[in-house]
Design a protein around this ligand. Structure first.
Ligand code: MG
Length: 367
């Protein structure tokens, strides 16, 4: 089997409500998604998606994906897309680094592998460990009352794992945390995601003021080194997210014992192939994971739910599905959100059918 054509589509994903992160420091209203199809000489087509969370969240932007594909696509033509490690090797030689640029292409190759083997992706990624994946109720930064209201609305829909965005204003953060912990019910879990907004002194102050070891604190500071300082002087479990961009970052975080959990964002780390390697390392070393996308429509979210369901429940926390924040449907099929849970069909590959009327004409074609 050989890759004969790679087509690139651009789709805007406007969020239904503006989303605030990092204590209001970062605002997001629309995402820019890149969807790719890879066609083969055997008539099988695979689909993939890469969608950074705006331009301010990470050193990644949508235009960077499409610019990177200009370099990657010609190198992939003529190769067998089912030989996925080899395809990743080819991409890493053609364009070293730039991990997020490669995820959509890698995902489309996995889709082809699944379709050619007549197996759902999760079967190729480790097998189905559970009937569903637990989803996160994502709580945008606001006043303590507004944030409690979002948690309660999520609870009413069936969510049990909440992620509340805080950061920037230390005294208001303490109020937010107290209000949300007072509202937390038995059997629920809450993470306070700071998205890098605190300096270590602020993290230490807030986390030690909160005399409660139940919550996770996520990405308290800008760097791994700063988070290491926080780890030494606090007691709540820490999840690292933005600063885990590669296997090397994960290795360092594990060796330095900084994090008890990570956000394994498939797009950020370079695709399903590289995410799977990191997932396996986390299983081997006892690190819990939120397996999810950086941003996505139905296509990218479905890929991450496949990886999550193929991961032992003992090592999973919850997955965030970006599609819940917008109403653009780029594909039929794929994962189904019901309350706070995601389920998957058993159809081969990703199990999606792209909606060509939503994708429109390709912005680039390589053949
Ligand atoms: Mg996070």
């Amino acid at each position: 089997m050989k890759i004969t054509r790679i087509s690139v589509y651009q789709v805007d994903l406007p969020l239904e409500k503006p989303y605030w992160l990092s204590g209001g420091r970062l605002k997001f209203e629309k995402l820019d998604s890149t969807i790719v199809s890879i066609e083969t000489d055997e008539g099988i087509t695979g689909w993939g998606e890469g969608c950074p969370w705006g331009v301010t969240y990470l050193p990644a932007f949508a235009g960077g994906i499409r610019a990177g594909i200009v370099e990657l696509a010609p190198a992939m033509l003529g190769h067998d897309p089912r030989h996925i490690d080899q395809i990743n090797h080819i991409m890493d030689i053609a364009l070293p680094g730039h991990l997020y640029v490669k995820s959509a292409l890698d995902m489309a190759c996995w889709d082809i592998l699944g379709k050619s083997a007549n197996l759902p992706l999760y079967a190729l990624l480790g097998g189905r460990y559970s009937s569903h994946v637990t989803l996160q109720n994502s709580v945008s930064t606001g006043t303590p009352e507004e944030m409690v209201a979002i948690v309660q609305a999520g609870r009413a829909k069936g969510y049990t794992i909440h992620t509340a965005k805080i950061g920037a204003d230390v005294s208001l953060d303490i109020e937010r945390i107290h209000a949300l912990l007072a509202d937390l019910k038995t059997g629920e879990s809450i993470t306070f995601d700071v998205n890098r907004a605190w300096l270590p002194d602020q993290a230490i102050m807030v986390m030690n003021t909160i005399n409660d070891a139940r919550p996770y604190f996520e990405e308290p500071c800008e760097t791994l080194e700063e988070s290491r300082t926080v780890r030494r002087l606090t007691r709540q479990p820490i999840i690292l997210d933005e600063c885990i961009q590669s296997f090397g970052d994960l290795l360092l975080a594990q060796r330095e014992q900084v994090a008890q959990g990570i956000g394994l964002k498939v797009g950020r780390v370079g695709g399903l192939t590289k995410a799977k390697r990191m997932r396996d390392f986390c299983i081997a070393t006892g690190i819990r994971m939120n397996i999810e996308e950086t941003g996505a429509s139905q296509i990218g979210d479905t890929a991450t739910i496949h990886l999550a369901i193929a991961t032992p429940e003992t090592h999973r926390h919850a997955s965030w599905d970006c599609s819940a924040l917008h109403s653009v449907i780029t594909a039929d099929g794929g994962y189904i959100r019901e309350g706070g849970k995601a389920t998957l069909p058993d159809s081969p590959g990703l199990g999606i059918e792209a909606r060509m009327e939503v994708l429109g004409e390709p912005v680039a074609v390589y053949s």
